[in-house]
Write a protein that binds this ligand. Sequence first.
Ligand SMILES: C[S@@+](CC[C@H](N)C(=O)[O-])C[C@H]1O[C@@H](n2cnc3c(N)ncnc32)[C@H](O)[C@@H]1O
Length: 265
Amino acid sequence: MGGASLFNEVRTMSKSNVDQPARVLSRAIETLAARGRHDRPDEWLRCLCQDVLAGFGRRLAQPWDEARHEALHALSALYGKLVGDHPWTDILGSVYMEFGSRGQHRWLGQYFTPQTVATCMAEMQLTGLEDRLSENELIRVLEPTSGSGVMLLAMCECLQRRHGVAALRRFAFTAIDLDRLCAEMTATQLLANAAFHGEPGELHVYHGNALTHATLEIVVSFARSPAFIDRLDDPTIPPDPRPTCPTPSPAMAFAVAVGEQMSLF
Ligand SMILES: C[S@@+](CC[C@H](N)C(=O)[O-])C[C@H]1O[C@@H](n2cnc3c(N)ncnc32)[C@H](O)[C@@H]1O
């Protein structure tokens, strides 16, 4: 299927499903899967994550062929639009579970926390944060079994809503998952939302076993420069650094690319 035709279809879908970003994306993926001969929907979900991460500077294991490249261009654009319209929403986790809940898609076996519950937990965990925010140091958060990353997405949403986008820069998020697709969904969702809605101080996502740390593979890793962290309270830093276009900031893309060679453990 041509990318332009997919894009036209999904544009119509997104107009009629403004409140259901996951449904819009899963229909686009199913359309692609139905028209191809070999690919299952989860394969397209995997490719979407890798394509978005490649947009942030992560190397693809091998380049897409022309047809897939064209389809992924449209799918990634759709995903970007949905993230822009639905800040910090667990779109990919819902898509994953939608595929997994159908009889014929038994290869997706995980269930993630509903976003409303994750938000409730974030609200509780962030209670009394004011004192920590007044200290000029990073607050580290570890999500050792991240799934789609819904817990961290909910925490970012809650932080931004309660303390403004600058509060995100106070935080260093680390996520790990044993399942590669889950680790890539976490990285994709957090990076895409950071690019649109506000970047955290640090973000590290690993594929591997959180219990042993034996072979942790970096999916993405970026950290702001210490000079920037030191200037967190500088009034000259704009309160809301949201980019107006869907592309990540050059600094962020660079950091992600460099981060592939970093190791924290
Ligand atoms: C039930 S899901 C929950 C995900 C997420 N925390 C949430 O609340 O939605 C559990 C996740 O833990 C991951 N997992 C299980 N054992 C793990 C381990 N030893 N190290 C890292 N991830 C693990 C699974 O791959 C799965 O994505």
